[in-house]
Each structure stands twice: as structure tokens, then as C-alpha cells.
Design a protein around this ligand. Structure first.
Ligand code: IVH
Length: 683
């Protein structure tokens, strides 16, 4: 292909991918298989990599993410982002309609819409291109989250059709569909991270992540519902929704025009029932005056428009009996009280258990054994106990007492100042903690020893063969042959027997042997250091290169790594200060595990920076700090953490610490920008 053909191919691919995104994410009607779509996208990604000069500014590859935002910039809203008056009662809807009838004195038509339970967002388009995405913040100013929002595939980066204003803002809600929410929480459980309580929290956490490639993996979605400002080319709100739809936005099909309060009530009752069938959460309905001229006549109060109101659904509640409270110990040692309930139907499912979260929750409910409790499924996926029916309390019902010793190993529980949870501190002797850590160690994203899954770890543990992950590497075939365990009672149809025959044992030992190939970043993740998930482990491994360097790092050095804040740094320091953990590393190393990054087999791109040392600091426009550091190494240069007289260049991004700059100036170290740096490579 000559250059002109490349340019044309990039343009054609971009257009085609844009169309498929629209069909899939907005219309929910794909016309191409996932495989074929991926082929198109991969072709575009590699062409753009080879010919960056032809990359379109709104390329659909932006949806894949990659850019990193360290600090989100605060931006003032052109039109304040108000919220809506809330009501839970139909009477107040009658009052609302009556008030409007009096003020307007003529017939009023309403539009009823779903009230999406997510995070509000304002998108600004100029000449049909997405320029900026800002969160609500305090309503006056919010965070610029454009880079992250660009990864949402249902949000058009370039508009379709015509007739849109040169510049306009459109508002909507970022939501996380149930399917994505469940996947994220499964993954978090596997990684030992706290699950998100509900899709709204997950969406709100996701749009504030620093690495947009991670945001892309969350599969957020966005419904648009409002164009603020005057002078728009419409006479009604309903028309504006239709126009927005024609420009490529995802606008719900469930908006309905209503001429009477009875029609509004009908809409409300329909969705109060049908909401459980939607693939995402709604928490009510929104009622808006349709005519834009009438909206203008009604105007605003200090907080909200007078032309709209939100009706919030009551969380569905049922009463049932508390049968017992059990206490569970997790991999980290945190003890969670769980209520066993008389099974009861609630919001489309049968509820048998509810989490009581921690001791404070039990105390504030003043919970007694045998109580009749009210269970609610609000925004949270796990039902919660919201109250006790005091009239139904049996006489002299004994209070539910939070245990003071671990239910598994009897060790007295401890509670850290300021934390809600009680912990079992017996990390190396408490069975669920040991088994949990071992299960984490062998899990797919860690050492990936799948021949050991499904209860086999439990058999090894029960037979006293493994206690620490390092014990796995000492196992022999003789120890394993013949071990067995039966799960479930003999009259249970689901009874399952696991026995270690020769083939199983060979598989297990091969799996363990094979895991020795895992790179340092996986080993680091597998160790199960609190708050060191997969991404953090990768960042640490690349940054420090070896466990020795990581172990020697102090708080400030750790804190300097992308994504590592105070909480993670403190946890890493605590882990390495434990002699038992250091012994573990020695044993694993002796077994042949990698505690250093593999010597890079990448060929140097040039030796332009040979003998030079760089300090990379701040936030950059086109590359993450790690990408820049990698580039320096690929050109023969060296990276160091702090400026000294030996430093050749300080590569300075935005928001760089003033101390570094001062020091470089004092020592006469050249300070260069991202553009200078790119120029040096291209030269
Ligand atoms: S209209 C000035 N429509 O609910 C009014 N808001 O509690 C602009 N929301 O601030 C908002 N679904 O974040 C509107 N169909 C919908 C909505 C909706 C959800 C959110 C939005 C709003 C909040 C009010």
C-alpha cells in the first residue's frame, strides 16, 4: 500500500468501525460477528501504530483507552448541573402538576422517562466532535474525565447525520449494566479486592480511574436525556430526544408523552414492576414538561428546575424471621457476620441470607435472636436488614453477640482504630486464611496452576501437606497418590469424590513445575500482599525490576510509582517487615520462581541516550510515565527516581513537584518537555 492508500484505508476502517459500534452499542443490533469486528479493529490499531500521522482525531481506537490521567482537572459548567426535586408520593406528583397548571394556565404535556441510577455527565460537542466530558461535581464545577469517557463505546466521538448545533452540551447518565457489574465483582473477588456494593458505585469509581485502558475494560454505558441551554432548534423536549438519537446518541426508547396525571401514574406503576426486567438499574422515573417555551416560563428555583420532578421508587421490603447469625472469615482475616433468614421472595429472587457487614450494624439494629426483621433490596445487590419489628419480638430474646474469638481458630479478634471490621490476626495459622491465600496463589492470574483447583488445595491442606505457598514446590508424587475426599453426604445426589490417582498427581506436579515459568509480576501478585492487585503488581514489577529493589524501597519511593498511594505503600512496607514473608521469598526463590524481571530481549531501537540518565516526572499528554521510561531504555538511556548532579535530563510533565524543578535548576540539569523529548527521538 502506498501512503495515500494507507490514509484511505484508515479512513474507511474508522468509518466502518464507528458504524458497527453504533449498531452494537446503541441499536443493540450488530450486523457483524465479534471476531470480524476484532479483525477490523486490530487492523486499524496496527495501521495507526505504523502511520500515526493518519490517525483521525476521533478514531474509534480511542475507545480502547491507554492514556493515563493522574489528576482530574476541575472545569466550570457552562450551565449549572442542577439536580431534581425528589418525591416518593403520588400526592406530590398531583401537587406538582397542579402548581404547573396554575403557573402556565394552559394545557401541559409531560414526558415521562426512566431515572437511570448512575453518574451524571455533561458532554460538549463542537462541530460534531466530542470535546469534553465533565462530571457533576458540586453542580458549579466538575472533573474533566474526557479521556475515560471516550472509552465508552455507545458515546459517539463523532456525530452522525446533520442539523446539530455548532457547539452544544448534552447530559446523561453513565451506568454500568448488570452483566458488566457482575463480571467486575467476580474478578474483584478473585483478586481479593472488596466488591462494589452496587452498579452506581462501580460506575462512579470507574470514571475516576487513572488508566483509561482499565476504564475501557469496565464496559460502561451511557443514556443521554437532556440538552441544556436556550436557542436550540426544537420546540419540545421530546423532539430534542429524537434529534439526539438521530445524531448517534443512545437515548432510551422508553420515554413517553403523557397528557394527564393518570397517564403519568400508569407509566409509574408499569415501571415500578417492570424495572426488574431491565438489564440495568433505575431508581425512579423523571417527569418533565415537554414544551420548551413552557419550561422557560416556569424557570428554576435555586436548586432545581420547576419544570421537572423525580419520583423515586420505594425499595421493596419484606418481613422475615432471623434464624441465626454466622460469622465468616475471609482470606484477609476480616470477619463478616451473615444473617440466615427464613427464605422469602423479594424483588424477583428468593432471599435466604443477608450480610450484616460488621459489629456496628448489629449494635445499631439492637438485633436479637429470633427477631422478625425487615429486609430490603435497595441499590445494593446483596439484601440488607434495615430494621426490626419490635412488636413481633419474642419475650426475653437474647441479643446477637459479636464473637470475640475467631470461629475457625479461636484466636482473639482485633480491631484497628478507625476500621469497622474485626480481624483474626492469626494469618499463618487460621485455616480459611491459609486456604484463601493458597487459592489466590494458584489462581489464573497469579501462578495459574489450574490442575490444583476445585477443592484439591483443601485436600492438601487437610492432610497437612501444604501450609504456605512455598510448600507446593516440595510436594512429591508419593505424598499425593491415594489422597481423597468426599463432598456432600452419601444420600446427596451432588455427592462428589475427589481422589488422587496417578494421572491426577502427574497433572498436579506438572502444573506446579510449569508455574515456575511465571514472570516476576505474576509472582508478586500471587504473594497476596494486601491491596496489591494485578495492575499494581505489574506497575511495581516494571518500576523496581526485582524483589530486592522493591524490598529496599522506602515509603517515598513507593509512593512515586504510578497508582501507588499511601494505603498501598503502607501495606507493602508492612508485608516486607514480616520475617515470615522474607523466609517465604527465600524458599520460593530456591524453588526456581522468578523474583526479577526477565532481561529484556527487546532490541535497542538506538543508542541515542547511551550514558544519559533521565528523571521522568509529572503527567504527560500523549504517554504514560511508564511508556516514556520504556522509550528511554529502548534508546539506551537510564531512568532514576530523583534529580542529582549526574542527571542528564529532567523530562517534565504537568503538575510536576516544584522541588524537582528547583533542584534541577540549581544543579543546571536540562529540563525538557514531552515535545522536546519526542523531537530528540525523531531527530
Ligand atoms: S433530567 C435539570 N432525566 O437524576 C434536570 N435526570 O435526581 C436535568 N437522572 O441530576 C436532569 N435519569 O443525574 C434527567 N431521565 C433523566 C434522568 C436524570 C437520571 C439523574 C440526573 C439528575 C438526577 C436527579
Amino acid at each position: 500500500m502506498d501512503k495515500l492508500q494507507v490514509k484511505q484505508r484508515i479512513a474507511a476502517l474508522s468509518e466502518e468501525i464507528r458504524r458497527h459500534n453504533y449498531n452494537y452499542y446503541v441499536l443493540s443490533g450488530p450486523t457483524i460477528s465479534d471476531y470480524d469486528f476484532d479483525m477490523l479493529l486490530n487492523e486499524l490499531i496496527s495501521l495507526e501504530k505504523e502511520f500515526p500521522e493518519f490517525t483521525e482525531p476521533d478514531s474509534p481506537t480511542l475507545h480502547v483507552g491507554g492514556a493515563v490521567t493522574k489528576d482530574f482537572v476541575q472545569v466550570q459548567h457552562r450551565y449549572p448541573m442542577m439536580s431534581l426535586g425528589n418525591t416518593y408520593s403520588e400526592d406530590e406528583i398531583l401537587d406538582f402538576a397542579e402548581r404547573i397548571r396554575k403557573l402556565i394556565g394552559e394545557g401541559v404535556e409531560y414526558v415521562c422517562e426512566l431515572k437511570f441510577d448512575g453518574v451524571a455527565i455533561g458532554l460538549t460537542y463542537r462541530h460534531g466532535r466530542l470535546m469534553q466530558a465533565v462530571t457533576r461535581g458540586d453542580g458549579i464545577q466538575g472533573d474533566d474525565v474526557t479521556t475515560n469517557i471516550r472509552t465508552i463505546r455507545s458515546i459517539p466521538l463523532k456525530l452522525h447525520g446533520s442539523g446539530y448545533p455548532d457547539e452544544f452540551e448534552i447530559r446523561g447518565e453513565i451506568i454500568l449494566p448488570h452483566e458488566s457489574f457482575e463480571k467486575i465483582n467476580l474478578q474483584r473477588a478473585e483478586d481479593g479486592d472488596e466488591p462494589f456494593a452496587n452498579p452506581r458505585n462501580a460506575a462512579s469509581g470507574s470514571i475516576k480511574m487513572q488508566d483509561s485502558a482499565e476504564v475501557a475494560k469496565r464496559h460502561l454505558d451511557c443514556f443521554l436525556y437532556y440538552l441544556p441551554g436556550s436557542g436550540l432548534p426544537f420546540t419540545t423536549h421530546y423532539e430534542s430526544l429524537a434529534a439526539a438519537r438521530s445524531w448517534g446518541f443512545k437515548v432510551s426508547e422508553h420515554a413517553a408523552r403523557c397528557s394527564t396525571v393518570e397517564e403519568i401514574f400508569e407509566y409509574l406503576e408499569t415501571w415500578d414492576r417492570a424495572r426488574y426486567e431491565l438489564p440495568f438499574d433505575i431508581d425512579g422515573i423523571v417527569i418533565k414538561v415537554n414544551d420548551l417555551r413552557q419550561q422557560e416560563m416556569l424557570g428554576y428555583t435555586a436548586k432545581s428546575p420547576r419544570w421537572a420532578i423525580a419520583y423515586k421508587f420505594k425499595a421493596e421490603q419484606v418481613a422475615t424471621r432471623l434464624l441465626s447469625v454466622v460469622f465468616q472469615v475471609g482470606r484477609t482475616g476480616a470477619v463478616t457476620p451473615v444473617a440466615n433468614l427464613q427464605p422469602v421472595q423479594l424483588a424477583g429472587t428468593v432471599v435466604k441470607r443477608a450480610s450484616l457487614h460488621n459489629a456496628d450494624v448489629i449494635a445499631s439494629l439492637d438485633l436479637r435472636n429470633g427477631d422478625t426483621v425487615f429486609v430490603e433490596k435497595g441499590g445494593e445487590i446483596i439484601p440488607k436488614i434495615v430494621g426490626v419489628d419490635l412488636d413481633a419480638r419474642p419475650a426475653e430474646a437474647p441479643p446477637v453477640v459479636f464473637i470475640s474469638n475467631c470461629p475457625e481458630c479461636r484466636t482473639p479478634l482485633v480491631r484497628t482504630e478507625g476500621e469497622a471490621a474485626w480481624y483474626c490476626p492469626n494469618e499463618s495459622g487460621c485455616p480459611p486464611q491459609i486456604k484463601g491465600k493458597l487459592e489466590h496463589f494458584i489462581s489464573r492470574k497469579a501462578m495459574n496452576i489450574d490442575s490444583l483447583g476445585e477443592g484439591k488445595i483443601e485436600i492438601l491442606f487437610d492432610n497437612g501437606l501444604v501450609h504456605h505457598c512455598a510448600d507446593l514446590y516440595d510436594l512429591t508424587s508419593d505424598q499425593l497418590i491415594g489422597l481423597e475426599k468426599t463432598y456432600g453426604s452419601s444420600d446427596d445426589k451432588r455427592e462428589k469424590k475427589i481422589s488422587f490417582r496417578e494421572k491426577t498427581v502427574t497433572n498436579i506436579l506438572n502444573g506446579i513445575e510449569g508455574s515456575k515459568q511465571a514472570g516476576f509480576e505474576r509472582v508478586l501478585y500471587a504473594l497476596g500482599i494486601r491491596f496489591v492487585g494485578e495492575t499494581v503488581a505489574k506497575k511495581l514489577a516494571t518500576h523496581f525490576g526485582s524483589v530486592e529493589k522493591l524490598k529496599a524501597a522506602g515509603f517515598a519511593e513507593l509512593n512515586e510509582v504510578e497508582e501507588i498511594g499511601e494505603k498501598i505503600a503502607t501495606s507493602i512496607l508492612a508485608w516486607f517487615s514480616e520475617p515470615l514473608n522474607l523466609g517465604l521469598i527465600d524458599r520460593l526463590r530456591a524453588s526456581g520462581l522468578h523474583f526479577e524481571m526477565e532481561a529484556s530481549n527487546e532490541i535497542l531501537l538506538s543508542n541515542r541516550f547511551e550514558g544519559m540518565t533521565f528523571v521522568v516526572s509529572g503527567v504527560f499528554e500523549n504517554f504514560s510515565r511508564d511508556e516514556l521510561k520504556k522509550t528511554i531504555e529502548l534508546h539506551g538511556g537510564k531512568n532514576v527516581g530523583s534529580v542529582s548532579a549526574k542527571t542528564t535530563y529532567l523530562l517534565a510533565g504537568a503538575n510536576m513537584g516544584p522541588e524537582k524543578r528547583k533542584k534541577a535548576e540549581k544543579l543546571g540539569v536540562a529540563i525538557i518537555s514531552e515535545a522536546d523529548f519526542l523531537g530528540m527521538i525523531e531527530a
